[in-house]
Design a protein around this ligand. Structure first.
Ligand SMILES: *Cc1c(COP(=O)(O)O)cnc(C)c1O
Length: 374
């Protein structure tokens, strides 16, 4: 897979068709009575909101979630007006009017945010749409039981507000047997009855795979759309979306006792063939991969080659002794993430999750987008 412009040190190929297909798979899974929204926060998990959001819209998505109002303002002109954009963090003080004027829907998480949105509605003299969030047990965002009791004291609590969605978020959905899942489900069911009647939403990617009781009216996947395995203990039901590649700058064979890289963190315990590849933490490839991660030669994909020593800003070192004397020409392509080295393997080797790898993908890679089949 040779990009059209091979001048960058690393190449990132993003398969928009796979994203559209993943959207379709989730739709099929939840059935026609459940809306499938899309989380496109953090620049669509690092993959490019400007490219990804229109593809999801064309795949049928009409509900989009971002974290910050700023992200919502960026997204608004990228998709048609019939798509709703929810701002998960709600209105930060002073941003209410901008959010209302842009036609974004804030997720109101606290009595303070509800009061601020109510004031904005009064000031603009129109009913303002919004979502309401319940804290069903994660202690991160949302109204808790005592907030709901306080809100119920006044008939005016929701004056001028047009709530369209009541939501909550699961803390342990990627561990299906975890008792918190059922406890949060029950708490969500109970508490939402104390709010105005709206559509309901509980599940993100992993929550979808907990089964229909978790689906309610709308599900909010992000990760699964981008190829992150929503069922980490089982095979990935989603299609892989990215391929990340770097090129050989030079290689050498070093004698036993020789150090590699900053701080001499790797010392060869035997004669070792070392390749220097053209990607580092300045590209967004996590520095923690040094001594943990691996790469594969694009045309010998079954042999995992360990990343050794410290990752530099612009390069990393790989132990390629396993390739024997096979000659490699400068520019030879290696996969950091690819068909035989899935995102989940890379994440586990680095003691992190696919989310962190994707959201760190820098803008220094040459990016190539594979268009969806039309
Ligand atoms: C990020 C986020 C999502 C999407 O989560 P995934 O695990 O990526 O599917 C859904 N809902 C909320 C509230 C979020 O913060």
């Amino acid at each position: 897979m040779t990009p059209s412009k091979p001048l960058a040190g690393g190449w990132l190929t993003i398969d928009l068709g796979a994203i559209a297909e993943n959207y379709g798979r989730l739709r099929h899974l939840v059935g026609p009575s459940v809306r499938v929204a899309a989380a496109v926060k953090a620049d669509a998990y690092g993959l490019g909101m400007a490219q990804v959001a229109p593809v999801l819209y064309n795949a049928g998505c009409r509900d989009f979630f971002v974290a910050h109002a700023e992200e919502g303002l960026t997204l608004r002109p990228l998709i048609p007006r019939d798509a709703a954009i929810f701002v998960l963090h709600g209105p930060m003080p002073g941003t209410e009017e901008d959010i209302a004027q842009a036609g974004l829907l804030p997720v109101l998480n606290s009595p303070h945010q509800i009061a601020a949105w109510r004031s904005t509605a009064r000031m603009l003299d129109r009913a303002l749409p919004c979502a309401l969030q319940i804290d069903s047990g994660m202690s991160r965002f949302g109204l808790n039981e005592s907030d709901l009791t306080a809100l119920a004291q006044s008939a005016e609590s929701f004056a001028g507000l047009r709530p369209v969605l009541t939501m909550s978020h699961l803390a342990c959905a990627d561990e299906p047997p975890h008792p918190a899942n059922h406890a949060q489900l029950e708490q969500f069911r109970t508490l939402k009855q104390r709010l105005p009647h709206t559509l309901s939403s509980l599940a993100a990617s992993s929550g979808i795979f907990l089964g229909p009781p978790y689906h309610f009216d709308l599900v909010r996947p992000g990760a699964a759309l981008y190829g992150i395995n929503p069922t980490p203990t089982q095979p990935n039901p989603m299609r892989d979306v990215i391929r990340l590649q770097a090129r050989l700058i030079q290689d050498r064979t070093i004698p036993e006792g020789t150090a590699v890289g900053y701080s001499a963190r790797f010392i060869a315990s035997e004669p070792t063939r070392v390749a220097t590849l053209s990607t580092g933490y300045g590209d967004g490839w996590l520095r923690i991969s040094g001594g943990r991660g691996a790469v594969v030669l694009a045309d010998e994909p079954e042999t995992r080659l360990p990343i050794i020593g410290r990752v530099s800003m612009d390069s990393l070192a790989v132990n390629i002794t396993a390739l024997g004397n096979r000659p490699l020409t400068p520019g030879t392509v290696f996969d950091l993430i690819g068909p035989t080295l899935p995102l989940q393997d890379a994440a586990e080797a680095m003691d992190t999750i696919g989310y962190e790898i994707l959201t760190n993908l820098g803008h220094r890679y040459h990016r190539q987008y594979l268009p969806p089949a039309s």
